[in-house]
Design a protein around this ligand. Structure first.
Ligand SMILES: [Zn+2]
Length: 383
């Protein structure tokens, strides 16, 4: 009976978009609507590669597809340029929430770095308040359409800069007004989380949670530092933890001379991979983004070689995310569809990945339980 249900699901005869989703890794400056960028750029006197929304959207996707994280990050110059005023931040945040709701997201965490939005005189606090007002307006607009969504801010420090402590204090200051967690972002290679050790200690002393970008453009040393120095409760990407896993395939025949082709091989986890799996540290996996930035290039070409499926099958706490919807030209629905098509994931898998994300959310326990219950009930009704 179970087999029949499992086999039927990959036919995609259900509405992926309508499934309730949880989005934990989505950058505010990576999720703007092209038409909004054009309007805001006009007002700000900022020159864009194109003033046609379709062509501009295409430009972002092509730039992001270059295979280099550095090139990928350059696209943010244009989005950040139009997010330097209260009005710009408000509008982008409001539309961000509306777009998430249209994608089926019921709970989201949006990350962004306030220090990048001070070029026209805003203070760090002004910027956080403007984004919060925009998020709340977005939640209200979604409520008017009869849907519910909740969105919290992940206040982010740029790892090449030196404002970690200041940003950590900013995040804690806004903990009762929308800030739910802390992150560091930007160029990972060469900028270990240990650079922000004091800021992370401050956060821990204030019982304020952190997720840390690690295991994307750098490997195990970066992940180790995120966990030890950053006290990361989740890993932004974290996908290169797979470098600490070895899979040895056995001989064609086992000891009894029987065919052992179905042997999936002997899997050995290193100490760091064991820690991440056994402690249930959530991996914020962003499949399309990982392909574009070359984060998973070491594992082979194409989505089939992405280690997320191996990590998931081995019991890692895998969650699925978009990273930058504008640059990658994807929604969370698209990412789900990609997994269904590539790995034959069925509704049970999508439910598990969604519950992983709900349980890893930076929410109080009662709210997490309510979110989990809502998602379970929705899937139950699908039969
Ligand atoms: Zn990211």
């Amino acid at each position: 009976m179970t087999e029949i249900i499992l086999d039927a699901a990959p036919d995609l005869d259900f509405d992926l978009k309508g499934l309730p989703k949880v989005s934990l890794h989505d950058h505010l400056d990576g999720g703007l609507r092209p038409a909004t960028i054009i309007e805001l750029a006009e007002a700000a006197g900022h020159t864009l590669p194109s003033t046609d929304p379709v062509a501009l959207g295409e430009w972002f996707r092509e730039s992001a597809d270059s295979g280099s994280l550095v090139r990928y990050l350059e696209t943010f110059d244009h989005t950040i340029a139009v997010m330097q005023t209260k009005e710009g931040l408000f509008r982008v945040a409001k539309e961000f929430v509306e777009d998430l709701a249209d994608d089926g997201v019921v709970y989201g965490e949006v990350r962004w770095a306030p220090e990048q939005h001070l070029q026209q005189g805003l203070s760090l606090d002004d910027a956080v308040e403007a984004v919060q007002a925009g998020l709340e307006a977005g939640v209200d607009a979604v409520a008017e359409t009869g849907r519910d969504i909740q969105v919290g801010q992940l206040i982010t420090a740029m790892r090449h800069a030196d404002r970690g402590q200041e940003i950590a204090e900013l995040a804690v200051r806004h903990r009762n007004n929308g800030a739910v967690g802390f992150d560091i972002a930007g160029a990972e290679d060469g900028f270990l989380p240990s650079r922000f050790k004091d800021a992370f200690t401050y956060l821990a002393q204030h019982n304020f949670p952190a997720t840390v970008h690690a295991g994307e453009a750098a490997g195990l040393e970066s992940i180790q530092s995120a966990l030890v120095d950053g006290r990361a409760l989740r890993l932004g990407h974290g996908v290169r933890i797979a470098e600490d896993i070895t899979v040895e395939f056995g001989d064609d025949e086992d000891a009894d001379g029987e065919d052992a082709d179905d042997n999936i091989g002997m899997v050995t986890l290193g100490g760091l991979a064991s820690w991440v799996r056994d402690r249930g540290i959530a991996l914020e996996i962003c499949p399309s983004s990982n392909l574009q930035t070359g984060a998973v290039a070491g594992f082979g070409e194409g989505i089939e070689s992405h280690p997320l499926d191996m990590l998931y099958q081995l019991g890692f706490n895998v969650t699925i995310n978009t990273d930058n919807r504008l640059m990658s030209g994807v929604t969370l629905t698209d990412e789900f569809e990609l997994l269904v098509e590539t790995f034959d994931y069925d509704l049970d898998d999508l439910l598990e990945l969604t519950l992983n994300a709900a349980e890893a959310a930076f929410l109080p326990l009662e709210e997490k339980e309510a979110l989990v219950e809502y998602i379970n009930e929705f899937y139950d009704e699908l039969g």
